[in-house]
Design a protein around this ligand. Structure first.
Ligand code: NDP
Length: 265
């Protein structure tokens, strides 16, 4: 059988850790495949590009997760529910779509015990799939966002939502930064006064941004709170994607042993 080809599609995509993660696992587990990155500028061309490049599977990152959803012939029920696909596998000419971000995130926060209430800072694409899986699992999710338009969808789905102007604070077991604030700048995801009001009463603070200590996590530490960045979320979404790519050939822990080396190189 010819070597199978995989890729990550995104714009930008050069910074992605996925090629390293997947290639380490392919190599160490002896699976004859190779994973590369592809700068996809026009999301409408996702399907055409997939077949032109002769790929077996892809991951999809910003800003193409909705395009990926539209490109699939068969959708996993959870991906269908949230409208976002970050993993596609080709089988007999058909594209099968999955969302591994949300289960990856769920596993990443499972180390925090006795958590029932969660405050999301942000209401973008990542918040969409992760809030849904948390609710499915019985967590109570409140969303606090800078502006109101993105909150409309959540409100309709029955989530409690606030902007900075109308926020009524409560006690939350976990506070999670779901925004890109702090990714390429030094901004907090919400005004400091709001954060200083809710952080002291929480059990821990989590950020989906990885590879750096964000201003949000720095602030959480000044309140002596446990913190966690987005590295495990990235690792776990990758392991679950790899499981689909290799058709459930390996155990989660076997994939993890090899894939996590990408974080120490
Ligand atoms: P979106 O562009 O869909 O949403 C961005 C959100 O951030 C919006 O709610 C926006 O608010 C808010 N926001 C942006 N800048 C600021 C700011 N300066 N202050 C306050 N709020 C701000 O982004 P995504 O959901 O795709 O990504 C969010 C983050 O998740 C990114 O940092 C990304 O790197 C990270 N991520 C991590 C993953 C992992 O594996 N660890 C996987 C996927 C994403 P508004 O509506 O007002 O504009």
């Amino acid at each position: 059988m010819a070597k199978e080809l995989f890729a990550i599609f995104g714009n930008p995509v050069f910074h992605s850790k996925s090629p390293l993660m997947h290639n380490l696992a392919f190599q160490d587990l002896g699976f004859d495949a190779c994973y590369t990155r592809y700068l996809l500028e026009n999301g409408e061309k996702l399907k055409e590009t997939f077949f032109t490049l002769g790929l077996k599977g892809i991951n999809i990152t910003v800003p193409h997760k909705e395009h990926a959803y539209n490109a699939c012939d068969v959708l996993d029920p959870f991906a269908k529910k949230v409208g976002a696909v970050n993993t596609i596998v080709e089988k007999e000419g058909k594209l099968y779509g999955y969302n591994t971000d949300a289960p990856g995130f769920l596993k990443a926060i499972s180390e925090f015990k006795e958590v029932k209430t969660v405050l999301f800072l942000g209401a973008g694409g990542t918040a969409q799939s992760t809030s849904t899986i948390l609710r499915d699992e019985g967590y109570k999710v409140t969303l606090l966002n800078r502006s109101s338009p993105r909150l409309e969808k959540y409100k309709k789905e029955g989530f409690k939502t606030f902007t900075f102007d109308d926020f009524i604070p409560n006690t939350y077991d976990l506070i999670i930064n779901m925004t890109s604030a702090g990714l390429e700048d030094d901004s907090l995801p919400a005004p400091k006064e709001i954060l200083d009001g809710v952080i002291p009463k929480t059990k821990a603070c989590v950020d989906v941004i990885y590879g750096k200590e964000t201003p949000f996590l720095k602030l959480a530490k000044t309140h002596a709170k446990p913190t966690k960045d987005g590295s495990d979320m990235l690792l776990y979404q990758g392991i679950i994607a790899f499981d689909y790519f290799t058709d459930h050939t390996y155990t989660f822990d076997a994939i993890k042993d090899h894939m996590q080396k990408a974080f120490s190189l």
